[in-house]
Design a protein around this ligand. Sequence first.
Ligand code: KIV
Ligand code: ZN
Length: 514
Amino acid sequence: MDRVVIFDTTLRDGEQSPGISLDVGEKLEIADQLARLGVDVIEAGFPVASQGDFDAVEAIARGVKGPAICGLSRTGLADVDRAWEALRHAGRARIHVFIATSAVHMEHKLRMAPEQVKAECAAGVARARSYTPDVEFSPEDASRSDIEFMCEVLQVAVNAGATTLNIPDTVGFGVPDEFGKLIAYIAETVEGEYTISTHCHNDLGLAVANSLAGVTNGARQVECTINGLGERAGNAALEEIVMALGTRPDFFGKLTTNVHTEELARTSRLVSRLTGYPVQYNKAVVGRNAFAHESGIHQHGVLAERSTYEIMDPKSVGQSGSQIVLGKHSGRHAFADTLSKMGVRIQGEALNGAFVRFKELADRKVQITEADLEAIVTEELGVNAVDSYVLDSLLVSGGTNATPTATVVLQHGKDRSEAQAEGDGMIDAACKAIAKATGVEDAVLVDFNVSSVTSGEDALGDVVVQVAAGEIKVSGRGVSTDVVEASARAYLNAINRVVRLRETPVVRDAEAGP
Ligand code: KIV
Ligand code: ZN
């Protein structure tokens, strides 16, 4: 057998995640998408648990074509009957019967002796088998059960007609090596025709590893959920199981699944939206950062050859593609590449200057958008044309009862020029300090406009000013996450133009116009 059956229990165990409650319509929408994804079995609910669960299982059994539709049931005959009632319209129906086999569950929860558990198993499985040839049996809490006793119960289940033996690590207690050996032992010990399945919970973060250890030891069905939803810390994540098998045939052998992997990201988004459970950014395979690279070295590698830092093609799982995320770890290579993809042509000194500004911004802003880059480049190209004074530092203070004061330090060629001033507000104080430090003290701010380049708390403020100095009237622009700094940059940008126009009459003619 080289195919692994994918049994999706998002709508049953996944829905048992605290706080999730899906209505029939939502469950149908997810089930339709699971069918599109190509899972083999959909566990649609636990029909006896509530009328809502019953209705959802029935609606899915009637309406969703392709996968087998499964309903969960305890061993009690009334439970099994109710499960069948909900499932009977399915093209292919499976009843999943379970009873606990660990000492702690038998004693404290079931209050049953081991022999009673065996009798319950036999009766429940036989009843299910009277309805459908597709019957699954689970010894709940298998990984903490006495292995010999559990194998006896499993043998009873096979003898009563179970065709799948599902081995739950109900409380996520197993570790891969041990869980794999448990699966191998069951395969050697329990006689008959059946498929072994794994059902692993993630309490120790080992659900996927344990499931895969099960597969390497003979399991040919894996029970899993989209985004790893499920009781407590969740179940094994479907997308990780499928992609591990697909990505490492060298290790797992040529095991296939029926899953159309390009549907994984879409399925993950749908389940996240309808359950209200967000997908962590760095979630394997479907997380929004699963194919995002921020470090300069990684970005350089991926731009040269994707496989340097990616083991899966993002498109193969339905993600839009490799993402170069510009942030504080990015290098000049990725910066220039992003600009060129945006159609921005900037080279030499201007590129260097823009890169320095970008790094400064990246230290303060988590995500740099294209709009941010455009603003930086626009400003840098402007600065390069008239750059006499460069802002080295700005210190402002103010408050309801304090006089607004600003101290600026400017770089002017090899010199530094420092000045302090008070003003009507911190922006006014900063502008006055710049005027002093540059010696352009006749400059008057005639217009001031501030807008936000992007949204969010760390948005860039984009300030455009108009400054008049004698007969010269110029504009200036500055961007920063800090509006006072953006204003100072805009003002300095304008002052630099004034200085240049005064120092270079030829340019002045050109810029001042006829
Ligand atoms: O975790 C578990 O044991 C279960 C069973 C019902 C299979 O969900
Ligand atoms: Zn479970």
